[in-house]
Design a protein around this ligand. Structure first.
Ligand code: SAH
Length: 255
């Protein structure tokens, strides 16, 4: 809302976009097709929503703030949009009345960035790609190469399922209120074949978590609580530190 009367809700991570050059740049990046079905997370006052909607077949938006939902619902140009009042993390895309797989778009609240990324992983079968605005620092971790400081638990867990591309960086001053951090638009696409089986995820998560909790330790110390077969020990040198293992090498630890 451009009028300054809208009460910004910090708890809902509200940082709105108004810069029309930036909105246009996001639209170009999305490369919208007439037949697209779009799911937008946290539409806010709907500036990005209206630019997207005029280019696609159908759209659903999920917004948690009742004031904003009310504001969006009375717009005559939004009557054909499915407006859902709720928490994105509680939604199953399959149950939203819109054709699957959807394309996901969102300038999302930064305090739940990781939760939304893991929600996307849970919902993998029901979306085609996702374009998400997030903290530049998180984007750097998502795209980090093995052996770098940014290479972390998040890089490995997400990288098992998803390919990540940084589309472009965004400075704080195009938002109101301004966030304290730099941002970036990131494109998520699904790996044709996930690197691990779904049924291995819980074990994989606990291994990767334990390894990165003690980042400076050798695997033989950080992973001493796990039982690895002799075969695995032959393949992976346990004097290595976690940030030197590629995602595929972490997957080998599953045996
Ligand atoms: N897309 C708008 C607003 C971005 S601010 C713009 O670019 O201007 C983030 C938006 O997400 C806010 O509208 C906020 O109310 C909403 N939001 C916060 N938590 C949410 C949740 N769990 N589920 C859905 N929407 C949420």
């Amino acid at each position: 809302m451009k009028n300054k009367t809208h009460p910004f809700r910090r708890k809902w991570g509200q940082n709105f976009l108004s810069d029309s050059n930036l909105l246009d740049r996001i639209i170009r990046t999305l490369d919208l097709q007439k037949n697209d079905s779009i799911l937008e997370i946290g539409p806010g006052d709907g500036l990005l929503t209206e630019k997207i909607f005029s280019n696609v077949k159908e759209m659903a938006i999920v917004e948690i703030d009742p004031l904003l939902v009310k504001h969006l619902s009375i717009r005559s140009d939004f009557t054909d949009i499915r407006i859902i009042h709720g928490d994105i993390l509680m939604q199953n895309i399959e149950e939203i009345p819109i054709t699957n797989p959807v394309r996901v778009v969102g300038n999302i609240p930064y305090n739940i960035t990781s939760s939304i990324i893991f929600w996307l992983i849970e919902q993998l079968d029901y979306w085609e790609d996702a374009h998400i605005m997030l903290q530049k620092e998180v984007a750097d971790r998502l795209i980090a190469q093995v052996g770098t400081k940014q290479y972390s638990r998040l890089t490995v867990l997400v990288g098992v399922y998803i390919n990540i591309e940084l589309c472009f960086k965004v400075a704080p001053d195009v938002f109101y209120p301004k966030p304290k951090v730099d941002s970036a638009i990131v494109r998520f696409t699904k790996k044709k074949t996930p690197i691990i089986a779904d049924t291995d995820f819980v074990k994989f998560n606990s291994i990767v978590k334990a390894a990165f909790l003690k980042r400076r330790k050798m695997l033989r110390n950080s992973l001493s609580g796990f039982d690895f077969s002799e075969n695995i020990k032959k393949e992976i040198d346990f004097t290595r530190r976690p940030e030197t293992l590629s995602i595929e090498e972490f997957a080998k630890l599953l045996g």
